[in-house]
Write a protein that binds this ligand. Structure first.
Ligand code: NAD
Length: 468
């Protein structure tokens, strides 16, 4: 076993206790993580508060430290990737990609400008808009992309001059603990603290009096709890929550080509992606060939241990998620859905669920109305394009959506009517620094990515000067 430790005030720190981390491909204990005590959390918060004074004053030093951190990460890519695969389940090659992307994002952010605006520049009156960091930011992450999401918070937060206390999911704490140890070789003590523990540590983090802003990625249910907890102290919140992304296929596409693209947009990372395609609407004329394509790919996908180089789709990350997906598929089957392929847990150790395609489903079934967050895709026929927009929008979620068509004008017209933070055309799940990523409705508050992602960690201070 490796001794995974928290990072508090720049020091690798053992917990007051330890908890097991399960390898989802074997259901065996992969390793143990430190349990953060109340006193240790206080120490992490105090360290972050102390470090803030020096950190936010020296922008050049911040940029240099972030670049150095990126280089250290890249040099330890293999160790991080193997840890990530064994606690999360994803294929090793995808874990490697997550780490190289993390290192790239750190380097990239270190070169991005910080905002400053002159709102008015007249002989008698000049107004400067300065952007100031908040102070101590709490980062709380889920288990599907532990490193990518940790970096998407800490890179802009630290560049902006904040310090951070980061808490990963108890299902996947190890790669983030390692990330913390590695980045602390480049950062001044206390700038980045990483603590681990169960949900109650998350609650203590979000209610801690020294925290001025909370950046959270996870479920809608927890997002609401955090918003409520933050309200008593009016802490700022940035919430990236769940989604139930519809893909709407128009009648002018090749169903095999589109079905092939939709397959990976729905089943990547075993369906455990906030902005994966979660339901597909297809015109009646294209329905059968498109369903047949997705089902063929689902049936052929190699499901297995992420450490096996042949594996394309790993297990679900944890027993609770496996139970949730199993129950949704079973409920749909009981209510008349047809399972075109898959439909059950694989008969072997590990949280494996066969990639599943369902038809004869309706919008009220849980598998369509809720976020399944797993490898089970409902495909629904439609006749009328106004009706399909109403059905796509009939959800409290609004993260992403996509429209598939060979006619950009038609696709664009439809995209304009969809209630979501991002509507893709002829693609899905593509994030870019050129655009803000945010959720409409229950899918989130605030933005990430690009300059918007940096501004999310800054507050405005107006300096209004009467000259002469
Ligand atoms: P979750 O909400 O159960 O947990 C997320 C994190 O919150 C964990 O670290 C957990 O320990 C912590 N937590 C739990 N209760 C808390 C509380 N009361 N106060 C503070 N922290 C608390 O989510 P999950 O199951 O880990 O992740 C899956 C969900 O995340 C899905 O709904 C998915 O769509 C969503 N997600 C969204 C995005 C996005 O960018 N919009 C990205 C990835 C995942």
């Amino acid at each position: 076993m490796t001794n995974f430790r928290m990072s508090i005030d720049g020091k690798p720190t053992d917990g007051s206790d330890q908890f097991d981390v399960i390898n989802p491909a074997s259901e065996a204990v992969f390793d143990r993580a430190p349990q953060c005590s109340h006193e240790q959390l206080d120490a992490a918060m105090n360290a972050a508060q102390r470090a803030f004074g020096g950190w936010h004053r020296d922008e050049t030093k911040r940029r240099q430290a972030i670049v150095k951190g990126a280089e250290i990460l890249a040099a330890h890519g293999e160790q991080l990737a193997r840890t990530l695969t064994q606690e999360q389940g994803k294929p090793l090659v995808q874990a490697q990609r997550e780490i190289s992307l993390a290192s790239f994002r750190l380097k990239d952010i270190a070169e991005r400008p910080l905002p400053h605006e002159v709102a008015l520049d007249e002989p008698a009156n000049r107004i400067d808009i300065c952007y100031r960091p908040y102070g101590v930011v709490a980062g709380i992450t889920p288990w599907n992309f532990p490193l990518q999401i940790a970096i998407s918070k800490l890179a802009p937060a630290l560049l902006a001059g904040n310090t951070m206390v980061l808490k990963p999911s108890p299902y996947t704490p190890l790669s983030t603990l390692l990330l913390g140890e590695l980045l602390n070789r480049a950062l001044p003590p206390g700038v980045l603290n990483v603590v681990s523990g169960g949900d109650s540590i998350g609650e203590q983090v979000t209610t801690h009096p020294l925290v001025r802003m909370i950046s959270f990625t996870g479920s809608v249910a927890t997002g609401k709890l955090i918003a409520r907890a933050a309200a008593s102290d009016l802490k700022r919140i940035n919430l990236e929550l769940g989604g139930n992304d519809p893909a709407i296929v128009l009648d002018d596409v090749d169903p095999v080509e589109t079905g092939t693209k939709l397959f990976w947009a729905a089943f990547a990372n075993c369906g455990q992606v906030c902005l994966a395609v979660k339901r597909v609407y297809v015109p009646e004329a294209l329905f059968e060939p498109l369903v047949a394509t997705v089902a063929r790919l689902a049936n052929a996908a190699r499901v297995g241990d992420g450490m096996d180089p042949e594996t394309q789709i790993g297990p679900l990350n944890n027993a609770m998620q496996l139970e949730k997906v199993t129950a949704m598929v079973q409920e749909a089957r009981d209510q008349g859905a047809i399972i075109r392929t898959g439909g059950e847990r694989l008969k072997r150790k590990g949280y494996f669920f066969a990639p599943t395609v369902l038809t004869e489903v309706d919008d009220k079934m849980t598998i369509v109305a809720e976020e399944q967050f797993g490898p089970a895709l409902p495909i629904l026929p439609y006749r009328d394009s106004d009706d399909v927009i109403t059905r796509a929008n009939a959800t409290p979620y609004g993260l992403g959506a996509s429209v598939w068509s060979s006619n950009m004008e038609r696709a664009r017209e439809m995209a304009d009517q969809i209630e979501a933070g991002t509507v893709w055309i002829n693609q899905h799940m593509v994030l870019t620094p050129h655009a803000p990523f945010s959720g409409a409705k229950w899918s989130g508050i605030g933005e990430s990515m690009g300059r918007w992602g940096i501004e999310a960690f800054l507050q405005k201070r107006v300096i209004n000067m009467m000259l002469g």
